[in-house]
Design a protein around this ligand. Structure first.
Ligand SMILES: C[S@@+](CC[C@H](N)C(=O)[O-])C[C@H]1O[C@@H](n2cnc3c(N)ncnc32)[C@H](O)[C@@H]1O
Length: 426
């Protein structure tokens, strides 16, 4: 299990710092803000809403921000999304550009005929009839902690000694004005699915000890911790999920219960894979509408950014699906391109700049294509990607062979490339 330190990021959500990797798991700007801006807002919602059943692959689930934000976003926008589905034709007429894009995707028969007929599905009570999430992380402890993580904490205080000691302070700047929050219902759903599908996780003594240690407890939701205690009692053979629901309801106010009814998740599948992500995807027979790739930076975890890894991700992405990642590195983008993806930027509206990358199979789904300058960068030394032919090499070995390939390459360096462009007035 990785050793980590917890702290509050600037939007009042909890972030972790890994001592092993000497890397932060979450942006100091705000763990939740980052998840929304890099993985949720850039989704092509017009296309996703055409589907009734969706499959999501969350690679490097960690403490689950990306999956939780996805569910949260649907509930926050439930009315709008349902309206969009119900007035689908009107909506297409209103937005002429996406109309043409979507129409041409259909014309190419890229989407299966089942989802093509929107009339069949528009009267559904939920935005999606079924949401299936496959979440992968090689750290069981993080899965176990994920339902308890606090968000939306306004008056947080970080322990500056700890931050200094672990080099975290350099990442923290001013507090945000926004303190977004994950609905407790979603945390509860994740907790009950973990209990249902992987009952060994809540029983892990390390998780219980972290949840109950003084040092950590301020980062966790108290009510859910109490529920977890009961959960432990019932995770034996006579475990019954309805007990858990009863306990949960006891802790909720009347008003909250009413709201809960509106936000009910009808059919939510949560498949937990505690393993190296490469082992999971190698045999995966599913096709995904969305893939979130949130691994540590390429130089720290190259095995999840190699050409061969992207090649496999290409195979398991739906024809109108989308892969999203925070990485903007030329090396990552060129591995994606070589694997067959069309790629584009993620545009951050708040910061008014491009951050991260989306990869798709159909060019029409790209809203912000790469500039000529960035495309050219992929052919420089900076664009030489990692290789991991059998998807089983050690990170150190991947880095070592990449280093040799870069040294032996006669491509120009990225600095030379940029200098030439500048000299040519580009
Ligand atoms: C940047 S963090 C992800 C943060 C996460 N998305 C969240 O919301 O908390 C990277 C994660 O990758 C996991 N990880 C590292 N190497 C892995 C591998 N080979 N396979 C699967 N998970 C891995 C770590 O345990 C860590 O949780």
């Amino acid at each position: 299990m990785s050793e980590f330190q917890a702290y509050f990021t600037n939007d009042g959500s909890v972030g972790l710092y890994s001592q092993n990797y000497d890397d932060i798991y979450h942006s100091a700007t705000g763990a939740l803000t980052e998840a929304y801006e890099k993985f949720i807002y850039p989704i092509n919602w017009d296309v996703l809403l055409l589907h009734d059943n969706i499959n999501i692959l969350d690679i490097c689930y960690g403490i689950g921000y990306n999956t939780k934000c996805f569910l949260n976003f649907i509930f926050q926008n439930k009315k709008k999304f349902l309206k969009k589905k119900n007035n689908f034709k009107k909506f297409l007429n209103k937005d002429q550009s996406s109309n043409e894009d979507i129409a041409s995707i259909y014309a190419d028969k890229i989407i299966t005929p089942k989802t093509k007929n929107c009339n069949e599905t528009i009267y559904t009570d939920n935005v999606f009839n079924k949401i299936s999430v496959t979440a992968i992380d090689n750290d069981e402890i993080l899965f176990g902690l994920s339902p308890f993580i606090k968000t939306g904490v306004k008056n947080f205080k970080n322990d500056s000694d700890l931050l200094n000691k672990h080099n975290i302070e350099r990442y923290l700047k001013k507090k945000n004005k926004n303190f977004p929050k994950i609905k407790n219902l979603i945390n509860f759903q994740i907790l009950s699915k973990i209990a249902q599908n992987s009952p060994e996780i809540p029983q892990n003594p390390r998780i219980m000890s972290i949840l109950n240690t003084k040092e950590y407890s301020r980062f966790f939701i108290g009510d859910l911790r109490r529920i977890n205690k009961y959960l432990l009692k019932y995770t034996s053979s006579d475990y019954n999920l309805s007990n858990l629901h009863n306990i949960y309801y006891r802790y909720l106010s009347y008003c909250y219960k009413n709201r809960l009814k509106r936000y009910k998740i009808q059919d939510f599948d949560f498949n937990i894979k505690i393993d190296d992500a490469r082992n999971v995807i190698i045999d995966d027979k599913n096709l995904y509408n969305l893939i979130f790739l949130d691994a540590f930076t390429p130089s720290k975890c190259p095995c999840l950014w190699s050409y061969d890894f992207f090649r496999r991700l290409y195979e398991i992405l739906e024809a109108d699906g989308m892969l999203l990642t925070y990485s903007s590195s030329a090396q990552v983008r060129s591995a994606m391109k070589e694997a067959g993806f069309e790629i584009g930027y993620i545009y951050n509206k708040r910061l008014k700049k491009y951050q991260g990358t989306v990869a798709v199979k159909n060019k029409l789904l790209i809203k912000h294509p790469l500039s000529d300058a960035d495309l050219g960068l992929l052919n420089t030394k900076a664009g030489i990607f990692y290789r991991d032919e059998n998807l089983n090499a050690q990170n150190e070995a991947i880095i070592a062979s990449h280093k040799i390939e870069v040294e032996n390459s006669n491509r120009i360096s990225s600095s030379q490339y940029l200098k030439t462009r500048r000299n040519n007035g580009l």
